[in-house]
Write a protein that binds this ligand. Structure first.
Ligand SMILES: CC(C)(COP(=O)(O)OP(=O)(O)OC[C@H]1O[C@@H](n2cnc3c(N)ncnc32)[C@H](O)[C@@H]1OP(=O)(O)O)[C@@H](O)C(=O)NCCC(=O)NCCS
Length: 173
């Protein structure tokens, strides 16, 4: 496979960010959820306006995985007040790692996760944490393989469906 670069997403990339966010979310979750709940999430959570605001947040960072000038995955990190929970001053949350389906199993997720580790080290973060849907077996395996351990649960609304996310944490040296 051609080289894959990881690069920071800028405000002017919001169009590409929306496209990769919608496509990867749909590929990952459409089969296991109703059309209405999927549409609700795409409309409310992945609107251009919402993503532009997330990109502008000074305590969030987005990164694209790019090959041959094509965006094939992305990472969203939060720290401080931008974290969706815990909000520990020193914690670092991986809110999203999403890769296009045709690239699953090709190490793109690993490259994005390594970017998260690099940022965690730069920030001297004592740990990385995340929430992942309890039915998302592939992602849970991916995080366990990378040393994350379960430490709790929280609820997540997908449209009108109350789902359970497993919270996972990785202590850093
Ligand atoms: C979870 C995810 C980021 C992992 O990224 P990745 O680049 O596929 O990571 P890896 O290359 O390490 O492969 C992960 C696993 O997928 C498996 N896999 C390989 N080819 C696959 C395919 N065509 N379809 C599905 N899974 C495949 C691999 O066997 C590997 O499992 P293993 O480590 O037990 O062998 C990616 O699968 C993804 O984007 N999933 C959808 C979005 C999602 O669930 N994100 C996490 C939510 S927070």
């Amino acid at each position: 496979m051609a080289d894959i670069q990881i690069r920071r997403v800028r405000a002017q990339d919001v169009h590409d960010l929306q496209r990769i966010s919608r496509e990867t979310f749909f590929q990952a979750f459409a089969a296991a959820n109703t059309k209405e709940n999927m549409e609700h999430y795409l409309r409310e959570n992945l609107s251009r306006k919402r993503l532009a605001a997330e990109l502008a947040h000074e305590q969030s960072e987005f990164y694209f995985a790019v090959t041959d000038d094509t965006v094939i995955g992305y990472l969203k990190l939060n720290y401080g007040e931008a974290q969706t929970e815990l909000k520990d001053e020193y914690g670092l949350e991986i809110e999203r790692i999403y890769v296009l389906e045709t690239f699953y199993g090709k190490n793109v997720g690993q490259l994005l996760y390594h970017k998260a580790l690099e940022i965690a080290k730069e920030r001297n973060a004592p740990y990385l944490w995340l929430g992942v849907w309890e039915e998302n077996a592939r992602a849970i395996r991916f995080y366990e393989k990378n040393g994350f351990k379960r430490f709790g649960k929280h609820n997540f609304m997908l449209g009108d469906d109350k789902q359970t996310d497993i919270l996972m944490k990785q202590q850093l040296p």
